[in-house]
Write a protein that binds this ligand. Structure first.
Ligand code: PGA
Length: 253
């Protein structure tokens, strides 16, 4: 059974003290996750170790970095490698978030190199894809997202893609308060699964967790997560509030 995941993407928010308080408030709710459910905190690099500690006794809670560099190591002042993240016990890494693609000019080649480095270092990528508003308005979102998958994932083996995590985040829905309707999310998630089934096989496609991201909140999570091909969410703004994120976790299938 593929995993159902509530992933918090803190982005560049919260001090360490605020972050730990948030995690402790969420943990104090004592939500007993099922075997196939996971909660992931994608947090700023300097807090990885500090947040790893409080979650260590909670089953199926994990930490993620929000990025890594596309080179293995060397003279890249200020960058953080996949190997470094692995050495501090990170479990997941968000790769190709639309903010990274847009503000830091991350291209398909960089993203595929990052994914390779994650896999070499036993880190699980959370690969983000999604179209801007102009593409949605032109009704070209399916081929746009298909191309993102092709350019950054299709070099991987079927073995690597078993249990992989993809986040579909339409850019027009991120931080805007405007969510895709659950029907729009389902339609794209089914398309993504179909693309992966055609390239690999249905066993691989069915094992991939496809998360929806873009203004997921406590009051819409259950409806969106209820769709057949939606396996949870990657949550920005609402994940900064304990009560909101608790409800979102409880909305997992
Ligand atoms: P949002 O962000 O929930 O604030 O829209 C989602 C994301 O960018 O991962």
């Amino acid at each position: 059974m593929r995993k159902q995941i509530a992933a918090a993407n803190w982005k560049m928010n919260l001090t360490m003290e605020q972050g730990i308080e948030l995690v402790e408030n969420i943990l104090s709710e004592n939500i007993q996750l099922k075997d196939d459910q996971e909660v992931i905190f994608a947090i700023p690099f300097p807090y990885l170790l500090a947040v790893k500690d409080p979650i260590k006794t909670s089953r199926n809670y994990f930490i993620a970095a929000q990025n890594c560099y596309f080179q293995k190591s060397g003279a890249y002042t200020g960058e953080v490698s996949a190997e470094m993240l692995s050495s501090v016990g990170a479990n997941y890494v968000i790769i190709g978030h639309s903010e990274r693609r847009e503000y830091f000019n991350e291209n398909h080649q960089m993203l595929s190199a990052k994914i390779n480095l994650c896999l070499e270092n036993n880190l699980k990528p959370i690969f983000c894809c999604g179209e801007p508003l102009s593409i949605r308005e032109a009704n070209e979102q399916n081929s746009f997202v298909e191309n993102q998958l092709k350019e950054s994932l299709f070099h991987l083996s079927a073995e690597h893609l078993k249990g992989f995590v993809i986040a579909y985040e339409p850019i027009w829905a991120i931080g805007t308060g405007k969510t895709a309707s659950s029907a729009q999310a389902q339609e794209m998630h089914a398309h993504i699964r179909n693309v992966m089934a055609n390239k690999y096989n249905s066993e691989v496609a069915d094992s991939i967790s496809i998360l929806y991201g873009g203004s997921v909140k406590a009051n819409n999570a259950a409806e969106i997560f209820g769709e057949k091909d939606v396996d949870g969410g990657l949550v920005g703004g609402a994940a900064l509030n304990a009560a909101e994120f608790i409800t979102i976790i409880k909305s997992l299938k």
